[in-house]
Write a protein that binds this ligand. Structure first.
Ligand SMILES: [Zn+2]
Length: 209
């Protein structure tokens, strides 16, 4: 059972969004090809889904501005512009994404007191989203991960997948992902690779079977 996990391919992380990842929308056609030609049994998409007063927003912390380092519930927290607020256009999936090919949506970031980069659990690791149980019940044997942004939510999701689904082969599809900071992307790929996650391209994935 082969699964594709698309991370946060939402308007907010593409050009014109509130927290744009440079060229984020470039992953959309690649994700669509993976959905159509990757021969996946299961396609899951995560969706950042914040209340308007989410504590990771700089707007909620007087005297702060986006991309300052602050704290949230006593832990270090990068402060973000308001983004992906529940029910807004910013939180919707990119309109070009083949939504009909997605079997399951996993929302995250709904608790205002903790951020959730990972699609599997909150950053403080106390609350699970339920995705690992869902994938275990589905009986997946391999999980390919890609999307936005490589150096935050994609990396966190891939590392959690590796830790929480030890029997599953985890791969990161590099060209189907974009990051915020080039140095951060490089470090993220090194960290994923060191954790035993295979780094692949969409061409390898599509041509591999
Ligand atoms: Zn967020």
């Amino acid at each position: 059972m082969k699964c594709l996990l698309l991370i946060d391919i939402q308007n907010g992380f593409c050009s014109g969004g509130n927290l744009p990842v440079p060229n984020g929308e470039d992953v959309v056609p690649i994700a669509n090809r993976l959905i159509a030609e990757g021969r996946y049994d299961l396609v899951v998409a995560s969706q950042d889904w914040h209340p308007a007063d989410h504590g990771s927003f700089a707007s909620q912390q007087p005297g702060s501005k986006p991309f300052d380092m602050g704290t949230l519930s006593g832990r270090p927290q990068m402060l973000w512009p308001d983004h992906c607020v529940q029910g807004t256009h910013d939180a919707e999936f990119h309109p070009g994404l083949s939504f009909a090919g997605i079997d399951h949506v996993q929302r995250k970031g709904e608790n205002r007191d903790v951020d959730s980069y990972s699609a599997f659990r909150d950053n403080d690791r106390s609350a699970l989203t339920g995705l690992s149980d869902y994938l275990k019940r589905a009986g997946i044997g391999s999980l390919d991960i890609c999307g936005l942004a490589t150096d935050y939510c994609v990396k966190a999701s891939a590392l959690d997948a590796k830790a929480m689904l030890p029997a599953v082969e985890i791969r990161f599809i590099a060209d189907a992902s974009r990051g915020i900071d080039p140095a951060g992307v490089k470090a993220a790929i090194a960290e994923m690779s060191a954790a035993g996650i295979r780094i692949v391209t969409s061409a390898e994935v599509i041509g591999s079977r």
